[in-house]
Write a protein that binds this ligand. Structure first.
Ligand code: CA
Length: 217
């Protein structure tokens, strides 16, 4: 397994390189974001460990560029706790996992192994079903390319359905993930699915009788 480590702190980089080397990984180090992007584009890495705060180009920009270029190498972001962004940002930009410094070496290796099991299959950042697309990073929703304005709750229902495209999602499940179960009447889900259909088309969300909902036609 060959890893690319993009890290500008030389001492951390060499410690990680030594430690991961002892675990049997081949580790190449890039010392800034632009060099890291170039190296990752080569396509020869099984995974990339990517610091967030880097000279020349941030780790967020590196992962975003890779995904825009259809490069799906597994990426784990490494970030200082007090950075200006949080974990969700890195994941929204297309990273697969995220570790906050200082991290335990044992945890790093375990998470890395889990990441490597996924390999580099396409994991598009923008969620789509038919003509509907939702970008979790920008929160933009489009229908056949045209922007659609959704309320936060409508957005949350749509995003949940898009994240589970291969199965029926029950009303209670939506209630649990989008609302506070205890506070709401399950019929509120139907109401919001109705709003989504009005904005995205009747067939955008299908009702599976007696079971729940399913995205797409
Ligand atoms: Ca750094």
């Amino acid at each position: 397994m060959r890893l690319l480590l993009v890290e500008d702190e030389a001492r951390l980089a060499s410690a990680l390189r030594r430690g991961l080397g002892a675990e049997g990984f081949q580790v190449d180090v890039a010392g800034d974001g632009a060099a890291g992007l170039d190296a990752a584009r080569g396509g020869r890495y099984d995974a990339v460990l990517l610091d967030v705060m880097l000279p020349r180009m941030s780790g967020y920009d590196v992962v975003r560029r890779l995904r825009q270029e259809d490069n799906w190498v597994p990426v784990m972001m490494l970030s200082a706790k007090d950075g200006p962004h949080d974990q969700a940002d890195g994941l929204d930009y297309g990273a697969d996992d995220y570790l906050t410094k200082p991290f335990s070496y044992v945890v790093l290796v375990a998470r890395l192994r889990a990441l490597l099991r996924r390999r580099g299959e396409a994991r598009p950042v923008v969620l789509t079903a038919g003509d509907v697309a939702l970008d979790p990073a920008t929160r933009e929703v489009t229908l056949a390319g045209a922007p659609v304005a959704l309320t936060p709750r409508e957005h949350a229902v749509l995003e949940y359905l898009l994240r589970h495209p291969d199965r029926v999602v029950t009303k209670l499940e939506l209630l649990d993930h989008v609302w506070d179960v205890d506070a709401e009447d399950p019929n509120v889900v139907e109401v919001y699915v109705g709003y989504l259909r009005r904005k995205l088309g009747r067939d955008a969300v299908r009702t599976v009788r007696g079971a729940g909902y399913r995205i797409g036609g």
